[in-house]
Design a protein around this ligand. Structure first.
Ligand SMILES: [Zn+2]
Ligand SMILES: [Zn+2]
Length: 283
C-alpha cells in the first residue's frame, strides 16, 4: 500500500492518489507533506507542511494527532500552512477536541509566499505561491551552509586557522535548495517560482497524464497535465523529479509505461512515479 521512492539522498514514503488522499514522509528531513491519510509510521514526525485545506490533503489531521498521542510525544506537532487557513484549522481541531474530550494540539505556523521558517539549525522552509481555487502553498526545503568568502578561497588550511584565531570573518552562508513540493496547482507555479526547478528533488503533482483528460479540463480543475511538463522539459534539469497525485483514471501499474512513452528520454531517466506495486490504488 505504501509507496517508497529513493530520490538522491532522500526517501519519500507514503500514499498519494489525486482527489483521494496524499501524505508523503521524508524521514531524512523529518518532514511530512500533507495529511490526507494518517499513516502510523509518520505520526512522530517533527514538522507537517500542509499545501492547502482540501480534504484529500488535510482530512486525516485529527487521526494523525490521535496516533501521535500514542507515541507520547511531549511537543505538539509543528504544522506549517497557508496563513489564510490557520484560524479554520484551529477551529476544526477545537471541535474535534470537544468530541474526543481530549486536546488535539498543534503548533500552528501560517506562511505567505516568500516567507521562510527555520526547521533546524541548517535547514529552513521557504513558501512559494501555487495556484488552486483555495489558499495554497508550495514549499522548498533549503539547507543553509557556511561557505568561505571568495576572497579567502585560495587560503591553505593553516592560513584559514590563523585568520580565524585573529578574528577575521571568513564565512558567508550559501543556500542549497534540497527538496521542493508543489501539488494541486496550475503549472504556472514553476514559472513564478523557478526555485522549484532548481531543487535537487522536485515533488510535483501530475494529476493527468494523457488525453483521457484534456489540457483544458486539467487546467479548469487547477491541476498539472503531463503535456505541460513535456512543454517545459528543457527547464526540468533537476537531478530527481518525483511525480505524484495521479488521478484514479490511470491504473498505478500503467503509469511508468505512460511516462516512458511520453517524456523525453533524458528527463524520463530522472523521473520517478510515486506509486506502489500492483494494479489497484491503495484502499
Ligand atoms: Zn489533491
Ligand atoms: Zn486541492
Amino acid at each position: 500500500m505504501i509507496a517508497s521512492v529513493k530520490a538522491g539522498p532522500y526517501t519519500i514514503r507514503g500514499v498519494s492518489v489525486g482527489g483521494v488522499y496524499t501524505s508523503l514522509h521524508v524521514p531524512e528531513l523529518d518532514v511530512l507533506f500533507d495529511a490526507g491519510i494518517a499513516l502510523r509510521s509518520t505520526a512522530a514526525v517533527g514538522t507537517l507542511l500542509l499545501s492547502h485545506g482540501h480534504a484529500d490533503h488535510i482530512g486525516a489531521l485529527p487521526a494523525l494527532l490521535g496516533i501521535r498521542a500514542l507515541h507520547q510525544k511531549k511537543t505538539p506537532l509543528r504544522v506549517i500552512m497557508p496563513a489564510e487557513i490557520v484560524e479554520s484549522v484551529l477551529a476544526a481541531l477545537r471541535a474535534m477536541s470537544e468530541l474526543q474530550r481530549w486536546p488535539l494540539e498543534i503548533e500552528a505556523i501560517g506562511l505567505r509566499p516568500g516567507d521562510e521558517h527555520p526547521l533546524r539549525k541548517d535547514l529552513l522552509v521557504r513558501a512559494v505561491r501555487t495556484f488552486h481555487p483555495v489558499p495554497s502553498l508550495g514549499y522548498v526545503l533549503v539547507r543553509r551552509v557556511p561557505k568561505l568568502r571568495p576572497e579567502f578561497a585560495r587560503l591553505t588550511g593553516p592560513e584559514i586557522a590563523a585568520r580565524r584565531r585573529a578574528g577575521d570573518d571568513l564565512f558567508e552562508t550559501a543556500d542549497r535548495a534540497e527538496l521542493a513540493y508543489a501539488t494541486d496547482t496550475l503549472i504556472q507555479a514553476v514559472d513564478h517560482a523557478p526555485e522549484l526547478l532548481a531543487s535537487k528533488v522536485l515533488m510535483l503533482e501530475a494529476t493527468f497524464l494523457d488525453d483521457r483528460k484534456s489540457l483544458d479540463a486539467a487546467r479548469a480543475g487547477c491541476h498539472v497535465h503531463l503535456d505541460e511538463v513535456i512543454e517545459r522539459a528543457p527547464r526540468f534539469t533537476m537531478p530527481h523529479l518525483v511525480l505524484m497525485h495521479f488521478s484514479q483514471v490511470y491504473r498505478p501499474d500503467e503509469i511508468d509505461g505512460i511516462l516512458t512513452a511520453r517524456l523525453p528520454a533524458d528527463l524520463r531517466a530522472r523521473t520517478h512515479a510515486f506509486v506502489a506495486e500492483g494494479s489497484s490504488w491503495p484502499g
